[in-house]
Design a binder for this molecule. Structure first.
Ligand code: GLV
Ligand code: MN
Ligand code: MN
Ligand code: MN
Length: 399
């Protein structure tokens, strides 16, 4: 049998990022294409029928598709310079679980699928969970088609080039309606499991989160010939906004707010930037994330005015707090025994689906407490414990 660690080993060299460290695997790029090809081949070897849905998500069916399906899976794309586990752990564990169940002679009584969602991290087109948002109609298809990557390539162009029929992307209520239960296994992304003495946890909640783009415009100019008094430099209000993000986030309980991406154009050492784009990732439990962002926007507007710059703020994505399905959590707790429940600040396709179908998550301990970084880790024994737990609950769900 292929262990989950063995399957992770098979893809360990795909999409390594020599410059950043870790992995860079983005929608429709060569590493992601290779991973998808690998997945199709692996799933077919298990006798699963693989199809690509209208939004580029891969579905590997064990038996015929149908209603009340048990669906499990995760994603294969990564953040820039991400870890080996965020996403692939859920996909490889699902494949290993199917193989383990087949080896013991189990045949699902319910329709059963392993799914790979596209562009979960939003690492290329900016909106996270794009595949599950499109399928559920959480994002408008026209808006998705118009999203641009850092090189200006639209989702439309990239998807078409990869062979997807871009005229057909968008909500798929019929497919969504087939899902009876959705379960995503994922590496734990913070310190949540380190002190709990457990390799595995059951997901309870996901905190509200969103992304906003702040675009500051000024006057591009010469770094030596332009007197300080004559400058309209968008880097100034951008920098003040970065500081305001930290200051204002500390005024709200349990808020997380991050500027991880700041892009000056044209980006020359001896050039005063003409524009600076700043991406804000903000997450606060409850309904107050937009309020925090409004306070940050006010600080950004004040700083922009002081420099004579203009500012536009665009909301790229937003999701409210999610509570995973109560009944599924109860069942998982009963079947897995002494397993803790864990809230998370990370977003997941399971959280998008939770607005439509009963969805839940399992987390596997990460002894570094670090994620979205090459240092993200899981011990082999914990990885296998997670896959065993997944197989056990899938067997019960699909019986
Ligand atoms: C995705 O992993 C996110 O929570 O940003
Ligand atoms: Mn992630
Ligand atoms: Mn993930
Ligand atoms: Mn995620």
């Amino acid at each position: 049998m292929n262990s989950t660690t063995g399957l992770l080993g098979e893809i360990a060299d795909v999409g390594r990022d020599a410059k950043r460290g870790g992995y860079s695997r983005h929608a429709f790029d060569a590493p992601e294409h290779d991973l998808r090809t690998w997945f199709v081949e692996r799933a077919q070897r298990l006798g699963l029928d693989v199809e690509t849905d209208r939004n580029g998500n891969l579905w590997a069916w064990w038996g015929a598709p149908g209603p009340d399906a048990v669906v499990t899976g995760s994603h294969l794309d990564s953040v820039p310079g991400g870890g080996a586990f965020d996403g692939p752990l859920g996909v490889t564990s699902a494949l290993a679980a199917v193989e383990a169940l087949q080896a013991k002679g189990f045949r699902p009584a319910k329709p059963f699928a392993v799914v790979v969602f596209a562009e979960e991290e939003g690492g290329r087109f900016g909106v996270p969970c794009l595949g599950s948002r499109l399928m559920t109609g959480t994002i408008d298809a026209d808006r998705a088609r118009a999203l641009r990557d850092p090189d200006g390539v639209t989702f439309w162009e990239a998807a078409a080039k990869s062979g997807l029929d871009v005229d057909r992307i968008g909500a798929e209520p019929e497919r969504l309606g087939l899902i009876g239960r959705f379960l995503e296994l994922h590496v734990e992304q913070g310190r949540g499991l380190i002190d709990l003495g457990s390799a595995v946890a059951i997901g309870s909640t996901v905190i509200a989160h969103g992304r906003w783009r702040f675009s500051f415009s000024g006057q591009g100019n010469h770094a030596g010939a332009t007197l300080i008094a004559d400058r309209v430099d968008p880097m100034l209000p951008a920098a003040e906004t970065v500081v305001a993000v930290r200051r204002l986030a500390t005024t709200r309980a349990d808020a997380r707010a991050t500027v991880g991406r700041l892009v000056p154009t044209p980006g020359g050492t001896n050039v005063i930037a003409s524009t600076v784009d700043l991406w804000l990732d903000a997450r606060v439990p409850g309904p107050v994330t937009p309020e925090l962002v409004e306070d940050i926007s006010q600080a950004a507007r004040t700083a922009a005015e002081a420099e004579g710059c203009s500012l536009t703020v665009t909301r790229e994505s937003y999701s409210d707090d999610v509570v995973f399905d109560e009944k599924l959590r109860r069942d998982l707790g009963e079947w897995l025994g002494e397993v803790p429940e864990l809230p998370t600040g990370a977003g997941h396709d399971a959280a998008i689906l939770a607005g439509f179908v009963p969805a839940g998550m399992l987390y596997v301990r990460n002894p570094t407490g670090i994620s979205h970084s090459p240092e993200e880790f899981a011990e082999a024994a914990d990885v296998e414990a997670g896959a065993r737990a997944l197989a056990e609950v899938l067997e019960r769900l699909a019986a």
